[in-house]
Design a protein around this ligand. Structure first.
Ligand code: ATP
Ligand code: MG
Length: 280
């Protein structure tokens, strides 16, 4: 599905992402962890072309997405929906219009300029909001909602794009544990029900363990771990975070309770293809 080949991103002489190679061959929920500055956001932002790569290739189903231009690039950006830590909604617009903005790249410039949406767009937006459990907020302005509700609106907007893959950059970093759980459950549900690849940058180990089929650990721009969450021992975590023997996992915890069984990660012995551990 998606494949990174020796991808490098430099800022000046700093390697933010350094020779990264990995592939996702099936609809997995992938968590990317690592300390601040490890390169997690840069990795994600290169996928949807928000940040240009310095060298290397990123292939999606055989297409080199780094060479797309013009309308092909815009179509690709619609195909990979992005969820941000700070939601990125238009605060003064109502919720349902914010969700419909997920359709923007799919319609003419003139229609988008005047926010002209079809009745079907409205129906689909309301269905997406309903799926996230916030249809009753549809007519409120986005700024009137709590952070957790706003992030659910952002996920509904992502759904509206009908994306090939969902990229989430620290989607729960600004949320309290209860809202964090609702948002992670929603991302997991999109992965399971819609069979989408979800790649999610996470600050916290417990969230990655609870929700992801596969965890990629980054350190100084490099992948230092790539494997099933069961293999993410405290020693491995210490290596990823570059911590000493006093490393305490609780320091990276969000204290989210285990997710609902209905959205629990697939049993590793089940349908998932086991993933290999890279150099640790
Ligand atoms: N626009 C930029 N200009 C210069 N340097 C940048 C830029 N964006 C990122 N960097 C640098 O690239 C490296 C990786 O940054 P990145 O934001 O990808 O890390 P991160 O793992 O997402 O960190 P955090 O957990 O704090 O979000 C850091 O050293 C950062 O300072
Ligand atoms: Mg980041």
């Amino acid at each position: 599905m998606i494949q990174f080949d020796n991808v490098v991103k430099t800022f000046g002489n700093r390697h933010a992402v350094d020779q990264v190679t990995f592939r996702v061959d099936e609809p997995q929920m992938v968590g990317v962890i690592g300390r601040s500055g490890a390169g997690k956001s840069t990795l994600l932002r290169m996928i949807n072309r928000l940040t240009p790569a310095t060298s290397g290739q990123i292939l999606f189903e055989g297409t080199d997405i780094l060479s797309l231009n013009g309308s092909a690039k815009r179509r690709w950006q619609r195909d990979c929906a992005m969820v941000f830590q700070q939601f990125n909604l238009v605060p003064r617009l109502d919720v349902v219009t914010n969700v419909m903005l997920g359709r923007l790249n799919a319609q003419s410039t003139l229609k988008s300029m005047f926010n002209i949406f079809s009745a079907e767009d409205v129906r689909n937006a309301l269905a997406a909001l309903d799926r996230l459990g916030i249809a009753q907020e549809a007519t409120k302005r986005a700024e009137e909602l709590s952070g957790g509700q706003q992030q659910r609106v952002a996920i509904a907007r992502a759904l509206m794009q009908d994306p090939h893959l969902v990229l989430a950059d620290e989607p729960i970093a600004s949320l309290d544990p209860m809202n964090a759980k609702i948002v992670m459950d929603a991302l997991r549900e999109i992965h399971e029900r819609d069979n989408k690849v979800v790649i999610c940058n996470l600050h916290t180990l417990d969230t990655a363990r609870n929700y992801c089929d596969r965890v990629i650990g980054m350190r100084d721009g490099k992948i230092v771990f790539d494997g099933a969450p069961e293999l993410l021992t405290t020693d491995v975590a210490r290596e990823i975070y570059g911590a000493d023997e006093n490393f305490n996992e609780a320091a990276t915890s969000t204290a989210i309770e285990s997710p609902d069984l209905s959205v629990r990660r697939k049993d590793p012995a089940g349908a998932m293809t086991p993933v290999a551990v890279a150099a640790v």
